[in-house]
Design a protein around this ligand. Structure first.
Ligand code: FE2
Length: 213
């Protein structure tokens, strides 16, 4: 079992970020207030909501203007870290911070049927997009890679099911952190594991947080 955060052996890579105080706390509060407005932009239209959420993230996440609490920026030993930053009391959205140490990444995955907007907070990440190809009569599915981008600080992208299959990884020599806003609480998703035949096996995964929220 992972030790309490205060005794965590895992480093934070972003040393000048302290527990929010003064301006940083105000910036975090401002992000949440703007996000509250953004998710009400158009309750029936995920595309407009995602655009509004993306604008908020891009406006708030700037190089040299840190505002995330140190507890959200610790790397994890085995896999990328997944930390809860904010859970909307009305259940409309949640904000998660993920921390990617060098070489860490995800398999191909979906987002449990939720829209998602992701923005780089620190470092750089690689995102590969895939098209899902059902194979009638088989348990396996197939994927075709449709794109790849390298994203840096303040760069954001939106994903709306069913066009949300992707991988994220950090092939760079410095840790990275990303802020993810989901259209609800994403406690489940599907991952896809490549088999020797080239097809992918769909595996449901329950999700939890590293910061124990
Ligand atoms: Fe994702």
């Amino acid at each position: 079992m992972r030790p309490p955060l205060s005794d965590s052996p895992y480093p934070t890579f972003f040393d000048h970020t302290a527990i929010p105080c003064g301006d940083t706390r105000a910036r975090l509060q401002s992000l949440i207030e703007r996000m509250d407005q953004a998710v009400d932009e158009c309750k029936e239209c995920e595309k407009r909501t995602c655009r509004a959420v993306k604008e908020v993230l891009e406006a708030h996440i700037q190089p040299e203007e840190p505002f995330l609490p140190i507890e959200c920026l610790r790397t994890s030993g085995n896999s990328y870290a997944r930390n809860l930053l904010h859970r909307d009391p009305r259940g409309r959205y949640s904000i998660i911070v993920m921390v990617w140490d060098q070489g860490q990444g995800t398999p191909i995955h979906d987002h449990g049927g939720l829209w998602c907007v992701e923005c780089v907070y620190q470092g750089r990440i690689r995102v590969k997009s895939f098209d899902y190809k059902d194979v009638p009569g088989h348990d396996m599915v197939r994927f075709e890679q449709t794109g790849q981008i390298i994203a840096g600080i303040g760069e954001a992208g939106a994903l709306i099911p069913p066009f949300d299959y992707h991988t994220i990884d950090n092939p760079f020599d410095k840790a990275a952190a990303t802020v993810h806003v989901y259209g609800g609480e994403m406690d489940f998703c599907n991952t896809f594991e490549q088999q020797s035949c080239g097809g992918y096996l769909k595996i449901g995964r329950d999700l939890c947080f590293d910061n124990n929220n």
